[in-house]
Write a protein of this length. Structure first.
Length: 116
């Protein structure tokens, strides 16, 4: 069965960096787009970044130039490199397989806290 396991969250000061990882299993990873979403307290879940199976990507305007999504198809892993973090980046970050056999799959989430 499909499993998505995020890691790499934590607490960091403004201006710092973190790299999130999402290890995928249960399907042919390289054939499918992957995405990162985030949800801050009291807010709706929002799109962060998307990467196709071949590596084409796009990022939300709010993170463009600071965050970079990437993938390693040999390791079945998608990454989110987050630089120049701001307090407003504080959220639970979720890995998403947008469409596999007609449904979406979410990871359990990893907390990112940006605070001085």
């Amino acid at each position: 069965q499909v499993q998505l396991v995020e890691s790499g969250g934590g607490s960091v000061q403004p201006g710092g960096s973190l790299r999130l990882s999402c290890a995928a299993s249960g399907y042919i990873f390289r054939l499918h787009a992957m995405a990162w979403y985030r949800q801050a307290p009291g807010k709706q879940r929002e799109f962060v970044a998307l990467i196709s199976g071949s590596g084409n990507n796009n990022h939300a305007d709010s993170v463009k130039g600071r965050f970079t999504i990437s993938r390693d198809n040999a390791k079945n892993t998608v990454y989110l490199q987050m630089n120049s973090l701001k307090p407003e980046d504080t959220a639970v970050y979720f890995c998403l397989l947008p469409n596999y056999n007609g449904r979406a799959y979410w990871g359990q989430g990893t907390q990112v806290t940006v605070s001085s």
